[in-house]
Design a protein around this ligand. Structure first.
Ligand SMILES: Cc1cc2nc3c(=O)[nH]c(=O)nc-3n(C[C@H](O)[C@H](O)[C@H](O)COP(=O)(O)O)c2cc1C
Length: 207
């Protein structure tokens, strides 16, 4: 049983976690990265599987990675008819996040142990289970990073550029890139966006 005092601390830590996009070096030590990924791997997962895989992306790979992702995103924005100047601004911002994160972790999913269904409805639901578990694993990283005084934020771009990410990082074909977590030390002047207070009248119904 958790004692009430530590329950208070855990709940305060959950409330205090914020997405910190202003990050400074130095990069996390290998030991801290190992600790965070170990905590990620305690997340709940369907059918006793462990479908998460993580890549610590070295600085040497970042430019090639950002370039490959930019190509994929530019192609999508062309299809959407996004004006060129807007494309360039978005790509530059996203490229900086990939290249400048003191530590960049990529989270992937694999199908190992998931059930195979012949019909699309259940196959999609099964993959949904894995993605739920991925969210829980990433939240463990975000919470543990915040508890250590580190800054971190989730970057969803890999999900939209899976092939580009896989090939820039020479990943196994079975690894499906999902998201980056950028990690570092919070810049003193960074202020998180306002976060609305939970509104149970909207978020909870009882039947
Ligand atoms: C699935 C998912 C994708 C996200 N993608 C991004 C992203 O690409 N870039 C970013 O800056 N934040 C991203 N975020 C962070 C959210 O913007 C952030 O959690 C939200 O604004 C609430 O702020 P908070 O985390 O400080 O409470 C993402 C969060 C989730 C759960």
């Amino acid at each position: 049983m958790t004692d009430p005092a530590s329950a208070d601390q855990i709940e305060a830590a959950i409330r205090a976690r914020r997405s910190i996009r202003g990050l400074e070096g130095p990069p996390l030590t290998a030991q801290v990265v190992d600790d965070l990924v170990s905590l990620a791997c305690t997340a709940p997962a369907p059918h006793h599987t462990q479908p998460w895989r993580f890549v610590e992306v070295s600085p040497a790979r970042r430019t090639a990675l950002a370039t490959a992702m930019a190509e994929a995103w530019r192609a999508d924005m062309m299809v959407d008819g996004v004006p060129e100047r807007q494309q360039e601004r978005a790509l530059a911002r996203s490229g900086r996040q990939v290249e400048e994160a003191p530590t960049l972790l990529l989270g992937c999913l694999v199908h190992d142990g998931l059930r195979d269904y012949a019909d699309d409805r259940r196959a999609r639901a099964e993959w949904g289970l894995a993605q739920h578990s991925f969210g829980a694993a990433l939240q463990n990283i975000l919470l543990a990073a915040a508890a250590r005084g580190l800054g971190a934020f989730w970057i969803s771009a890999p999900l939209y550029a899976q092939e580009a990410v896989r090939s820039a990082l020479a990943l196994d074909a079975g690894w499906e890139p999902q998201a980056f977590v950028a990690l570092g030390h919070p810049s003193a002047d960074y202020r998180p966006f306002d976060r609305p207070l939970p509104d149970l009248a909207k978020h909870l119904v009882r039947r």
